[in-house]
Design a protein around this ligand. Structure first.
Ligand code: SF4
Length: 698
């Protein structure tokens, strides 16, 4: 046992933004043994059901093993030459805005960095966006508006030091299970109170003191009501307010809202407000229920307003805390993987920032303005403005809102490249060129989790067939497009050093993200790099930001924003009387490319379903396990009815994992309208409207 453990390889779980450390031991037959890393600061050895089943989700079945051009297997040389030539020709004829990359929070930071550098610094456009746009873009926008940068102030330790934890639009028990277990453990030892704010009763409510089942989309009104209650109770932190601008306007806007729109009783509202106000150490965790909304950024700022008004930010056991869905959503934010950001939290709209990155890269050109965000990007693919598209490790034909229209758009695009581990998903089938990429367990680099901890992912298995790391594929295309020196990398460590050096320039420009202490890291130190949390150089407030009252706006102050509640964009009515909420289940990950391989994960919830309230089911003549047809303005799906009072009358819920491969009639995002938050561009995936009826076979 001792010898076997000495041979273990330390890595990071890819199945959510908690970023748990894992220890891997090759079994010799192409598989791995996986256990939790007892010293990783995210999980201290614990794993959830997905992490425990990691080894079962690997394997050669269905892997893309060689490049494929229009259905025919070929070599790398032919495929990459074609990709480079088509992108260069398209840019030559139609300009840099005619091409786009759609990437993923599954990418490692080094992959992301190269994709961003190639697009923004060398192609010279900014049409690179990521599936993280569907996940946490509203939190990014809210942070930038309030703090001046996209800074997550807190740490996981804060969850164990808080006296009250509020989960808003977050089923942490299923979507970030190890973090939820840390909270439950703290409840045992220090009696931490737990409040869940969610229209739906989820597994996270099982361990909670209070569940506020508010009306869908009314979170901003709820937190506006809290801001007023803070003021009325004389609980504003007058010592912290000099660090903040906009208090009076924010309070005036909040006062004109009515918390009754939440549908919560006066007693429940008063109990929650009273608990929040009289508990000094509060952490408010929020996730997709807040972000995936046409008013997501405002919801985020309504939450931040309450923490800023009370100075409950940046100190032990206090703060707002946006948790990320994907393993490297945070790393993507750090390298400018979003169309409206530059690397290292520099702003694409800021001429000084653009000039600094341009000079650092010594690039021939530089994107001058934000590019298209995901929904707009696929609209531009559909109407022909984007003529060459490279999709990397994501499945937009399933996961984008209005998924049927997105599928048609990709199918009609002049030139589509897909890099992935499989050539058989709904998106890969539409590609002109398929490029085989290495999978988790085969690739090397870094990821950043929800509390800004950067950890290594390490290879423990050889790459199958001709599969290559994403950074290597992207860099080779860069070289073939003519930029030999700029993309001359041999290892991910070289990329990490360059990225760390750029972060030092960002630090000098007053940005929060600075890991320049690693700019000279040796290959061997990179190999043994331990998890660390940024800021790395010039640590402030013991790893928490803002406890000193200094923020990243030019005047050093935070901003409280005047927020007014806005209802979801789509209105319920006689034709579409139901509000459709979409989300995840505990044991599947995204479109199930890997997690569907594990029988024990599949056993949790084996088929797609629609949760509907007993009263609605009775009215519509729907019995338990009946098939139901769900229709919206965008499309229709057939699902198995689960009759439960976990959803409110008038609301329905369906999971988002099933695809054209696994359940062709149950793709949920074909129902979701492509409505977005005007600030963040994040789609409203949790508040479409639909009709439901019993399915009658033709
Ligand atoms: Fe993996 Fe997330 Fe589970 Fe941790 S909590 S083991 S990172 S899926």
């Amino acid at each position: 046992m001792t010898d076997a453990r000495a041979c273990e390889i330390r890595s990071t779980c890819p199945y959510c933004g908690v970023g748990c450390g894992v220890r891997l031991r090759p079994t010799g037959d192409g598989g791995l043994e996986v256990r939790g890393d007892p010293v990783h600061p995210a999980n201290f050895g614990k794993l959830c059901s997905k992490g425990s089943a990691l080894a079962e989700t690997l394997g050669p079945e269905g892997r893309l093993l060689s490049p494929v051009v229009r259905g025919t297997e070929t070599g790398w040389d032919e495929a990459l030459t074609l990709v480079a030539d088509r992108f260069r020709e398209t840019i030559g004829q139609h300009g840099p805005e005619s091409v786009a990359f759609y990437v993923s929070g599954q990418l490692l930071t080094e992959d992301y960095y190269i994709a961003n550098k190639l697009m923004k610094g060398y192609i010279g456009g900014a049409n690179i966006d990521t599936n993280s746009r569907l996940c946490m873009a509203s939190s990014v926008a809210g942070h930038r508006r309030a703090f001046g940068t996209d800074t997550v102030p807190g740490t996981y330790e804060d969850l164990e030091e808080a006296d009250l934890i509020v989960l808003v639009g977050s089923n942490l028990a299923w979507c970030h299970p190890v973090l939820y277990q840390r909270i439950l453990a703290a409840r045992k030892t220090r009696g931490t109170r737990l409040v869940v704010i969610d229209p739906r009763r989820t597994a996270s409510c099982d361990g909670a003191d209070m569940h506020l089942a508010l009306r869908a989309g009314t979170d901003a009104a709820l937190f506006n009501g809290l801001l007023c209650a803070i003021h009325d109770a004389d609980a504003v932190d007058e010592g912290f307010i000099p660090s903040v601008q906009g208090f009076d306007d924010a309070l005036a806007a909040a006062s004109s809202d009515r918390a009754e729109v939440t549908g919560l009783s006066e007693n429940d509202l008063a109990a929650f407000y009273d608990l929040w106000i009289r508990t000094p150490k509060v952490v408010t965790i929020y996730s997709q229920g807040v972000n995936q909304s046409s008013s997501g950024s405002d919801k985020v700022n309504a939450i931040l307003n309450c923490h800023l008004a009370t100075g409950r930010i940046g100190t032990i056991g206090c703060g707002p805390f946006s948790v990320t869905g994907q393993p490297n959503a945070m790393g993507g934010r750090e390298v400018g993987g979003l169309a409206n950001m530059l690397a290292c939290h520099l702003d694409i709209e800021n001429a000084d920032h653009r000039a600094a990155v341009h000079a650092f890269w010594e690039s021939p050109r530089m994107a001058a303005a934000p590019g298209m965000k995901a929904v707009e990007m696929f609209e531009a693919v559909g109407d022909g403005r984007i003529k060459a598209l490279w999709i990397i490790h994501t499945n937009p034909a399933v996961t984008m809102p209005d998924a049927d229209a997105v599928t048609s758009a990709i199918a009609g695009c002049d030139f589509v490249v897909v890099s992935d581990i499989t050539g058989a998903n709904d998106t890969a089938r539409l590609a002109d060129v398929l490029l085989p990429a290495t999978a988790w367990g085969e690739k090397d680099g870094t990821v950043t989790n929800s509390d800004r901890t950067i950890s290594r992912q390490r290879a423990a298995l050889p790459a199958p067939g001709a599969a290559r790391p994403d950074w290597a594929i992207l860099a080779e295309v860069g070289r073939r497009m003519g930029w030999h020196d700029a993309f001359d990398y041999a290892t991910p460590a070289e990329i990490f050093r360059e990225y760390a050096a750029l972060s030092g320039i960002a630090g000098k420009l007053g940005r929060d993200f600075d890991i320049s202490g690693h700019a000279d890291i040796s290959d061997s130190r990179y190999e043994t790099l331990e998890p660390f949390r940024w800021p790395f150089a010039g640590e402030r407030s013991g790893g928490r930001f803002f406890g000193d009252g200094r923020f990243y706006h030019a005047d050093g102050k935070a901003r409280m924003l005047p927020i007014r509640y806005r209802p979801p964009a789509a209105k319920q009515g006689p034709r579409f009387p139901f509000r459709l909420n979409t989300g995840r289940i505990r044991d599947q990950w995204h479109t199930m490319t890997r997690t569907a391989r594990s029988p024990r994960l599949a056993a949790h919830l084996a088929e797609p379903f629609l949760e509907i309230h007993p009263r609605d089911a009775e009215r519509l003549g729907i019995a338990a396990a009946d098939l139901v047809r769900v229709e919206s303005t965008q499309g229709s799906a057939v699902l198995r009815a689960r009759i439960t009072d976990a959803v409110q009358p008038g609301d329905v819920f369906a999971p988002m994992h099933w695809t054209g491969e696994t359940a062709p009639s149950a793709r949920i995002d074909v129902l979701v309208a492509p409505v977005t938050d005007p600030v963040s561009g994040q789609p409203e995936s949790k508040a479409s409207v639909c009709a439901v009826r019993r399915f009658e076979a033709a």
